[in-house]
Design a protein around this ligand. Structure first.
Ligand SMILES: [Mg+2]
Length: 390
């Protein structure tokens, strides 16, 4: 099918977080999301991204976006370029890359909405557009933000009580605190729960990073994520580590993934639809992980139901080994299937809760992303918006 765009609307919404979740470099509270609503061929598709301005790789090699930059790039350049002539879904990434270099979140916003729209047009779920289900569920890792030890342990225990079997612990500010917290969590949750420490690049310097990773391994961590920034430095720490190292800030695009594989800079890849520039590019990264026999996850920046559904469909269809994913369990206010696990906000813009069982999210066979958007909620939480018509 060739897509003929009629209109592209972007809407910025702000929702209150359940708690003050933080990680290293996150300088303002979570809760700002950019939505896209695209009309084409008599169908509608929704997209969503969280463009964090203070998150990226060493030396600004990959860098953040904001709702304002995303809106400007979409309406000034990307939407007009797509509206010029009808196009196939498979052309989207290339066409967007021809118009603007970089700005993956702005591109992902449109790419997600177009996958949703084409899924609706064909009456099939996005995972079917990607080749179909490679697994029956996606294991969820619950994120513990930078918090005092007692608070982090309480949150972790509550998530495990909800069936969660993997925790991502934010750290990187104080290596001693990180090892101490991992040791305590290991004692509290036992050996069955996967513990992953995300340093967000915070262990500055090779020697300090190497020592920090050794201490975490001794404390019982299973995986360390992005101990420091920079590919050469990451390679050195990874090659000397007794536990697997996963690349996140260093792994945005398919070319980043290829470089990590070629330089053996990490043992696993952290893939997000947002930082990759859309579903198509994230899917390419899953293929690279498979070819290199590296596991990967499908994480994000704690999206609402639309953005998270995009991550979920890519994870469900990935041909590679999948690690537990740091993604929310999205649900409207009164219908959360969990008390703590995957709950980062007090509400969502989806009508139905995501299907959750025993620490995992389950696939939906509904067309497109499988998400019905609550328009009243969108209007309620809306803080800004803009529209382009063809
Ligand atoms: Mg990370």
């Amino acid at each position: 099918m060739l897509i003929s765009i009629d209109r592209v609307e972007t809407i910025v919404v702000r929702l209150p977080p359940r708690s003050d979740f933080r990680w290293l470099s996150l300088s303002r509270p979570l809760g700002e999301f950019v939505l896209a609503r695209i009309g084409a061929n008599g169908f509608e598709g929704w997209g969503e991204v969280v463009g964090l301005r203070d998150w990226g790789d060493a030396d600004g090699r990959r860098h953040g976006e904001t709702p304002a930059t995303i809106s400007a790039i979409v309406h000034e350049y990307l939407a007009p370029a797509l509206a010029e002539r009808p196009f196939a879904l498979g052309e989207v990434s290339t066409r967007l890359d021809e118009v603007v270099v970089g700005n993956p979140y702005a591109k992902a916003l449109l790419d997600i909405a177009l996958h949703d729209l084409v899924g609706h047009a064909h009456g099939i779920p996005v995972h079917a557009l990607l080749g179909g289900l490679a697994r029956e569920e996606v294991p969820v890792a619950h994120m513990l933000g930078l918090a005092a030890d007692d608070e982090a342990v309480t949150e972790g225990m509550a998530a495990v009580a909800d069936g969660i079997r993997a925790l991502q612990v934010k750290g990187g500010r104080d290596a001693e605190r990180d090892a101490r917290l991992i040791r305590r969590l290991r004692q509290e949750v036992g050996d069955e729960v996967l513990l992953r420490l995300d340093a967000n690049g915070g262990y500055r310097g090779r020697t300090r990073a190497r020592r920090a990773v050794e201490a975490l391994a001794a404390a019982g961590v299973d995986i360390v994520e992005q101990p420091l920034l920079g590919l050469a430095e990451l390679h050195e720490v990874t090659s000397g580590s007794s536990i697997p190292v996963i690349a996140d800030e260093a792994c945005w695009t398919p070319s980043d993934a290829l470089e990590i594989v070629a330089r053996r800079a990490a043992d696993a890849l952290s893939v997000y639809v947002g930082k990759a520039g859309g579903i198509a590019r994230a899917r390419e990264m899953c293929g690279i992980a498979r070819a290199a026999s590296l596991p990967h996850d499908l994480n994000g920046a704690l999206e609402l139901g639309i953005g998270n559904a995009a991550n979920l469909h890519v994870a469900l269809a990935s041909p590679a080994e999948l690690l537990p994913c740091v993604i929310p369990v999205n649900a409207p206010e009164a219908a959360y299937p969990t008390a703590t696990a995957g709950r980062y906000f007090t509400d969502d813009i989806v009508v139905e809760p995501f299907a959750y069982r025993d620490g995992a999210l389950l696939p939906s066979e509904a067309p497109g992303l499988g998400v019905e958007v609550d328009l009243e909620k969108v209007a309620h939480y809306r803080v800004d918006g803009r529209e382009t018509t063809a």
